[in-house]
Ligand binder design. Structure first.
Ligand SMILES: C[S@@+](CC[C@H](N)C(=O)[O-])C[C@H]1O[C@@H](n2cnc3c(N)ncnc32)[C@H](O)[C@@H]1O
Length: 207
């Protein structure tokens, strides 16, 4: 398992380096979902905010009044794009290349965490969510925007067959959020349809 995770993490870095020049053309389509998710999260201006698997920084547009922003991503090319976007927006951000499955932050360090399109991408989502729980302060909140299989459901044959290819080029389409959350004591306080017939969800979690 450890070897698979290490290999898949290296693969992710490689393919997101490849995608980085055109990434915004696709991920930039989710403007309304990002706006809604961050509105639900409702960070106060002084909250310490962590964006996990931050990509090119498309969430920054909705975090302009935050005074303490940190972003991590495994792909240096994405972090470079994020820093360039932050510069243009005049946003001060601590952006680092870091593995979401093994974060280099102290316990209980952040008030809020943004998890957009990352839990279905990291090879080990349980490790990632445990790290989110660890770095969140007690009472802290995390918002998830991603695609999931409904809790308790098994994938149909087509979806099951399509998943290896989906995972290779983009993202796992057969993960269940309840399975991921079961690795933690995080509490789901809100869950809503975020498009594609409920395939995409916006979920608010509390520690
Ligand atoms: C689908 S993109 C989402 C980016 C951004 N959150 C967004 O909403 O546009 C997934 C991102 O996760 C990053 N990533 C993949 N595996 C990671 C890991 N183990 N740790 C941190 N970032 C990772 C990729 O480099 C990529 O930028």
């Amino acid at each position: 398992m450890k070897r698979f995770v290490a290999l898949a993490t290296r693969f992710n870095r490689w393919r997101y380096t490849l995608y980085s020049p055109v990434y915004d053309l696709v991920a930039g389509l989710f403007v309304e979902q990002r706006r809604r998710a961050i509105a639900l999260l409702g960070p106060r201006p002084d909250d310490k905010v962590l964006i996990v698997g931050a990509g090119s920084g498309l969430d920054l547009d909705f975090l302009l009044s935050q005074r303490s922003l940190t972003a991590i991503d495994i792909t240096p090319a994405m972090i470079a794009k994020l820093k360039s976007r932050a510069g243009k927006l005049g946003v001060d951000i601590d952006a680092r290349v870091m593995d979401a499955q093994r974060m280099d932050f102290p316990d209980a360090h952040f008030d809020v965490v943004v998890l957009h399109l990352i839990l279905a991408v990291v090879p080990d989502p349980l490790a990632c969510i445990r790290e989110v729980e660890r770095v969140l302060k007690p009472g802290g909140r995390a918002v998830v925007f991603d695609k999931f299989l409904p809790d308790g459901k098994r994938p149909g044959l087509v979806r099951w067959l399509a998943n290896p290819i989906a995972r290779l080029v983009a993202t796992d389409i057969n993960r269940r959020l309840a399975d991921i959350l079961s690795a933690t004591a995080l509490v789901k306080v809100h869950d809503e349809d975020a498009g594609f017939g409920g395939f995409f969800r916006i979920v608010l979690l509390r520690k």
